[in-house]
Ligand binder design. Structure first.
Ligand SMILES: Cc1cc2nc3c(=O)[nH]c(=O)nc-3n(C[C@H](O)[C@H](O)[C@H](O)COP(=O)(O)OP(=O)(O)OC[C@H]3O[C@@H](n4cnc5c(N)ncnc54)[C@H](O)[C@@H]3O)c2cc1C
Length: 421
């Protein structure tokens, strides 16, 4: 066919219109739909960035049961009396004002063929891309004698909010010279330095309020994150108060009796006043219900956090098995930004940048005695791979430790603003 000028112009205009037009989706809707399950470090960040950066081009729905999110980060400082509970609570109002459709409900199922998420309240929500960031649940039977029905007698305080408040109340009610026991979790688990920062902050509180009290830690691991730094700090600040029983001394051979308030470590029964049981962990249940887990965690592609099981379902944060990053709020936030950029690119054709990730975990040992460990990461074909890292050193000056703590304060303000607007 010979093209005349008029036909050529017309064809060109049609082609331009096609390029500019949004993708037409299977059931005829014009705006792509992203559903995010879980409004924590990963989910709130992903929802906020997709809504903000797509400027209304993508419809974003966030499903989260709680009206207030209480961070686990800095919850140990609350146990130590350094922070108040209100310092840890964040609402979803700014996310809603920023264009995210916030639905306070539980996601109870995912139909991958129909691309819908079922809600406990009875409704269902359709998605083109689904992002799951449900955090953790506990492995049943991980600690003999403990299950969720015992969490009021022996709290885990490993999800933020009421459990953290309960543990704090129990510590405050300990009799003089009483015993606080912790059952530490096996790898991999949420926040590798978390249990040991908690031990430090509980000791900090007891030193002022109940100085003859004792802390026992039963640990199934032979070593733990920042061990040299914590043990140096425990020696400096809490001499004789903390007894850490690692794997080599039977720390993994543990059972508890919540009715009798006893802990049995390698056959030795001890009556305790508070028992903080932190069981083995797995991905939040909705990841399993969506069929994207492989064992306890969801395996993902490092470049965009999409799951190996389903290219339209992404898993962020603690629930993912991604490679070298620790399960931390910083990691979840970093992964969420990579995922948000990739999802927006896939749905609207916007530019997708190469995936880069970072993490730092700060821990407070005593007043102004802060330490940190961190690294940067990149996506490889196989996993998220560590590029380089850093860690505080033993014997650092008091000024440097104070500066490290102040840095963590800045980080907390920054990450919560990044998550919730
Ligand atoms: C004691 C302690 C101290 C910590 N300190 C630090 C620290 O200093 N720095 C740091 O970076 N990290 C820290 N962490 C780790 C950090 O809290 C987690 O790694 C981070 O919250 C993981 O983010 P996430 O999005 O995977 O899960 P979460 O932040 O837990 O968010 C999950 C959300 O999903 C929701 N949800 C779950 N299931 C469903 C469902 N079916 N439907 C709808 N919603 C659902 C939950 O209500 C929750 O709001 C700490 C953790 C603990 C326990």
């Amino acid at each position: 066919m010979k093209l005349n000028r008029r036909l050529f112009l017309g064809t060109g205009a049609a082609a331009a219109a096609t390029l500019a037009a949004p993708t037409v989706f299977a059931d005829g809707h014009s705006k792509p739909r992203v559903v995010v399950v879980g409004g924590g470090a990963g989910g709130a960040t992903a929802a906020r960035y997709i809504a903000k950066d797509s400027k209304g081009e993508i419809a974003v729905t966030l499903i989260e049961p709680t009206r207030m999110y209480y961070t686990c980060f800095f919850s140990n400082l609350y146990l130590g009396g350094v922070k108040e509970i209100d310092d840890l609570g964040h609402s979803y109002g700014n996310l809603a004002a920023g264009g995210v459709n916030v639905v306070h409900d539980w996601a109870v199922g995912v139909d991958r063929d129909a691309k819908t998420v079922a809600l406990a309240g009875g409704g269902s929500v359709q998605y083109d891309k689904l992002i799951l960031s449900p955090g953790i649940d506990f492995v049943e039977g991980a600690v003999e004698g403990w299950d969720l029905s015992a969490q009021n007698a022996m709290p885990h305080a490993y999800k933020g909010g009421s459990q953290t408040e309960l543990l704090k109340a129990q510590i405050a009610a300990m009799p003089d010279g009483g015993t606080f026991a912790m059952v530490a979790p096996p790898n991999p688990f949420r926040c590798p330095p978390g249990p040991y920062e908690r031990v430090s902050m509980v000791a900090h509180y007891l030193k002022s309020n109940n100085p003859t009290a004792k802390i026992i830690v039963a640990d199934p691991k032979p070593k733990f994150s920042k061990q040299g730094l914590f043990q140096e700090g425990w020696g400096n600040h809490y001499e004789g108060m903390i007894d850490w029983i690692g794997e080599d001394f039977g720390g993994g051979n543990v059972s508890v009796d919540p009715a009798a308030m006893t802990v049995t470590i390698d056959g030795e029964v001890t009556k305790v006043d508070v028992c903080n049981v932190i069981p083995a962990m797995k991905a939040g249940r909705i990841a399993e219900l969506a069929g994207v887990t492989d064992g306890n965690w969801a395996t993902v592609n490092a470049a965009d956090m999409s799951t190996k099981a389903d290219a339209d379902i992404y898993v962020l944060g603690d629930a993912s098995s991604q490679g070298d990053m620790p399960k931390s709020g910083f990691s979840a936030n970093s992964q969420a930004k990579v995922c948000a950029n990739a999802v927006r690119g896939a749905l609207t054709g916007s530019k997708v940048f190469p995936a880069k990730f970072s993490n730092t975990c700060w821990s407070l040992i005593d007043t102004n005695d802060g330490v940190k460990v961190g690294a940067t990461y990149e996506a490889t074909g196989e996993k998220i791979s560590k590029v380089d890292g850093f860690i505080s050193q033993t014997g650092e000056s008091a000024e440097l430790r104070k500066a490290t703590y102040e840095e963590s304060e800045g980080w907390y303000k920054g990450i919560t603003a990044d998550m919730f607007g």
